[in-house]
Ligand binder design. Structure first.
Ligand code: AMP
Ligand code: MG
Length: 323
């Protein structure tokens, strides 16, 4: 069960991170980015966004169990980086935010995902897209007994059908809505089902290191899909499927030992499901959020409008078996 105050706090928290990131994108300077142990980039905005989301949630809800991607210990011996994070948070929350408070907010995200109920946050999903000036997302979800019950997906740069840019998808209680930047009202979101697979469009990661592009090309050919793949960073792919910009999202393993992270999928998956679509791993199994920080029981992801899901899983299985 999701309380109304949790729903409202989550939307407000993601909105504050969307504003912070939109202001920061394109203004980063040399030294604002570091490479983590797993070789992935992280910027001052990733840390600052985690801080403002955790601050907003804890102010409204008290103590929360939250699995966040970023770790404040990465800032411990990096004074310049830490000061830049504090400056970004202060630009939004005022000078009262001390350096210690900012580090404490980031540390809220230390939970390990054990227990019956936890939040998960990717403060900037698609950091490579963020750095390129392309797409990225702020993804916040609430998980109960291994199942997502609330997903809020902020996509600050996403081009919208009404000509605006920036969307926040909110999935909860059997429905999905989207708030476009500058619009007064939220709009209902529903997947679009092509009449045949030939008319379907696949979206996938820009980064071939995150999803196997050779395999997706073979799957697309097998299914008789003619449209070029829509390559877009981050969980914006789930938003694209949820509102019908594409009808299939393929995330195909590039390494046998990689396990997807809970914060990379929880919010996006729920957005697609509540918009009427279906999400499984490449073996057709549901994503299982009951194993800590990683999706230990799953490999890759297939998200679709639902109609041809089994057929698509079968095609994926054949291509993976042949390779
Ligand atoms: P995307 O923007 O769809 O390319 O996804 C970005 C996410 O890919 C990052 O948040 C990383 O956590 C994740 N990632 C990093 N390495 C891999 C990998 N080898 N396979 C799948 N996802 C990865
Ligand atoms: Mg991510």
């Amino acid at each position: 069960m999701v309380a109304e105050r949790e729903h409202l706090a989550a939307v407000a928290a993601v909105r504050s991170a969307v504003e912070l990131c939109a202001a920061a994108q394109g203004r980063l300077v040399a030294g604002d980015t570091l490479t983590k142990g797993d070789d992935s980039p992280v910027t001052v905005a990733d840390f600052a966004a985690q801080a403002v989301v955790c601050a907003a949630l804890t102010e409204q809800l008290g103590t929360v169990d939250l699995v966040g991607e970023e770790d404040s210990s990465d800032l411990r011996d990096r004074t310049l980086l830490r000061d830049a994070v504090v400056d970004l948070v202060r630009a939004q929350r005022g000078d009262a935010a001390s350096a210690d408070a900012v580090l404490d907010w980031i540390s809220v995200g230390r939970h390990d995902g054990s227990g019956d109920r936890y939040w998960t946050l990717d403060p900037i999903d698609g950091t490579k897209g963020f750095l390129r000036g392309d797409q990225y997302a702020i993804a916040l979800a609430l998980i109960e007994y291994g199942e997502v019950v609330l997903g809020v997906l902020g996509c600050p740069n996403l081009p919208n059908p009404d000509g605006s840019r920036g969307a926040i998808f909110v999935a909860v209680g059997g429905s999905c809505v989207v708030h476009y930047q500058g619009a007064d009202r939220a709009l209902p979101v529903a997947v679009a089902t092509p009449t045949s697979l030939a008319e379907a469009r696949v979206c996938e990661s820009v980064e071939s290191g995150h999803s196997n592009h050779d395999h997706s090309a073979r799957i697309v050919e097998r299914l008789g899909i003619v449209a070029e793949p829509y390559r877009i960073d981050s969980q914006c792919k789930y938003g694209a499927v949820a509102r019908g910009d594409a009808s299939i999202y393929l995330r195909l393993p590039t390494r046998a030992d990689y396990r997807e992270k809970v914060w990379d999928h929880a919010a996006g998956m729920f957005v697609v499901e509540q918009a009427g679509g279906r999400v499984t791993d490449v073996d057709g199994l549901p994503l299982d959020f009951g194993h800590g920080r990683r999706l230990e029981q799953n490999r890759g992801v297939i998200a679709t409008d639902g109609r041809f899901h089994d057929e698509i899983v079968a095609a994926v299985q054949r291509v993976l078996a042949d390779s």
